[in-house]
Design a protein around this ligand. Structure first.
Ligand code: FE2
Ligand code: FE2
Length: 274
């Protein structure tokens, strides 16, 4: 390929080849080539978050990705990633469900909430079911009960946030009084010999003594693991429950200055370098 040796403005620089080491590591998946919607026709690199790559070979490539950003045609991803649908200026819970969460996560939450409603349960339980795995859907899986509870705490009843936090630990422990057994799915996920660590056992024991125990227990009872792709639940089915049980901030989730606004912004712009 013949290239002019004249200096060209940065916006005219053509994309260069990625180093083979990055291509071999599959890291071209993390790089958005300068398409028509790119910023100043520059490629944008997504730096995988530490929590996603720690303990994997991908953690060795941080330096190589930093080096890529030194090219004049390359910057780190900041702001809207065109691969994701744009969020409105004042996002609501519905926007996160419809524009950010994967179909499987969205349907898991909606199907759980629908089962809770069909069982005639209290709206607090339905709301907790609708939100119980929100951290897995949009942020982080490890410690998801705790992340999820914090994320929604300013907007829901304290009992709802508490039951979301505790469902993670209670999920591992049967309660015959309500017909709750150890999940078959966990046998697949973790193997038959898995034993939850001490902190999870202590959390579950303490939760059992709490006055809100049954609210969280009912989240686990309605926490369905059989994702049925044939059952489509529309978010609109729960607009009324959300309206009564989730205080949407008028500035939009992520922009209300609450102690958890950064968590919602992380889901709006999950690929931001900083
Ligand atoms: Fe969960
Ligand atoms: Fe779940």
């Amino acid at each position: 390929m013949s290239e002019s040796t004249e200096a060209r403005p940065a916006s005219r620089v053509l994309p260069h080849e990625l180093p083979a080491s990055l291509r071999d590591a599959g890291l071209d998946n993390w790089i958005r080539e300068p398409l028509d919607d790119a910023v100043d026709r520059r490629r944008r690199i997504i730096m995988p978050p530490a929590a996603a790559v720690m303990g994997t070979p991908a953690s060795a490539y941080q330096g190589a990705l930093l080096a890529e950003a030194r090219h004049p045609d390359t910057v780190f991803m900041m702001g809207d990633n065109p691969a994701l649908p744009a969020m409105p200026a004042r996002p609501t819970l519905k926007d996160f469900f419809e524009l950010r969460f994967s179909k499987i996560a969205r349907m898991h939450l909606l199907q759980s909430a629908r089962v809770a409603r069909e069982h005639g349960l209290d709206e607090k339980v339905i709301m907790a079911c609708l939100l119980h795995d929100i951290a897995i859907a949009g942020l982080l899986s490890a410690n998801h009960g705790y992340w999820g509870a914090q994320m929604v705490a300013p907007y829901v009843d304290e009992e709802v946030a508490w039951s979301i936090e505790k469902h993670e630990a209670l999920r591992y422990f049967p309660d015959e009084s309500v017909g709750y057994r150890y999940p078959d799915a966990y046998l697949d996920y973790f193997g038959p010999d898995y034993r939850p660590p001490g902190y999870i056992r202590r959390e579950a024991q303490a939760a059992r003594q709490h006055r809100w125990y049954m609210t969280s227990r009912l989240v686990t009872v309605n926490d369905i693991y059989s994702f049925d792709p044939g059952v489509v639940v529309d978010y609109g089915e729960f607009e009324d429950v959300v309206g009564r049980n989730f205080r949407q901030p008028s500035e939009g989730l992520g922009f209300d200055g609450s102690p958890v606004a950064h968590m919602w912004r992380t889901m709006i712009w999950p690929n931001n370098f900083l």
